[in-house]
Design a protein around this ligand. Structure first.
Ligand SMILES: [Zn+2]
Length: 201
């Protein structure tokens, strides 16, 4: 066995053992049969607005194991919040929380998995996604668990991942700030904030 192969196996086994150090976050039924490698929960402070996040990547999947590094996700959460808050301020809309201690668990899976209409049937149906299109990611308020939410992300390109995360984070804040009381179309809002984020980064 060559040294590089040994080193790769070592890295994988270290990550696999680390997966057992932290309890896995709650997952909705679409992901329930899958195993994830979870990092420790982290509190992100976005200008005083705190979010406890936990990153989980599909277990032992070489395609996603180093995608969405936590440092980059944390930085994006702060940068995205500043853009969203500035937008609300210009529109004269309150940015106050209406849900307290609202966790966010992020799950990363290969893009090919999200193409499965069988696995994600409820998401495809609820979002009226035509046969010609497929899911890249989604936000779920995990209604079965209080003060908890999740985002499912696919790994495509670094730029694609950043804009996808910005989009899904907007859906998270839509819920946390109860923006449905001020704005009528959550999807349009998510597209607008995603575009602003992409334009500024
Ligand atoms: Zn959306």
């Amino acid at each position: 066995m060559s040294f590089s192969r040994l080193a790769l196996l070592l890295v994988i086994s270290l990550r696999a053992s680390a997966a057992f150090a932290y309890p896995q976050a709650y997952r909705t039924p679409e992901l329930d049969d899958l195993a994830f490698d979870s990092e420790s929960p982290t509190v992100v402070d976005a200008d005083g607005r705190r979010i406890t996040i936990q990153m989980s990547r599909l277990h032992a999947d070489l395609q996603v194991w180093n995608s969405y590094p936590k440092d980059e996700v944390t930085g994006e959460i702060v940068a995205h919040w500043r853009i969203l808050r500035a937008y609300l301020s210009r529109a004269g809309i309150s940015d106050q929380d209406c849900r307290m201690d609202y966790n966010l668990n992020l799950f990363v899976v290969p893009a090919s998995m999200l193409m499965s209409r069988a696995r994600f049937q409820s998401i495809y149906t609820a979002n009226h996604i035509p046969d010609s299109q497929h899911l890249l990611g989604y936000y779920d308020p995990t209604l079965a668990v209080d003060r908890n939410s999740m985002i499912v992300l696919s790994d495509t390109t670094p730029a694609g991942n950043r804009s996808l995360l910005a989009h899904e984070l907007t859906h998270y804040w839509w819920d946390r700030l109860c923006l449905a009381g001020f704005l009528s179309d959550g999807e349009k809002f998510a597209q607008k904030i995603e575009a602003s984020f992409v334009a500024s980064h």
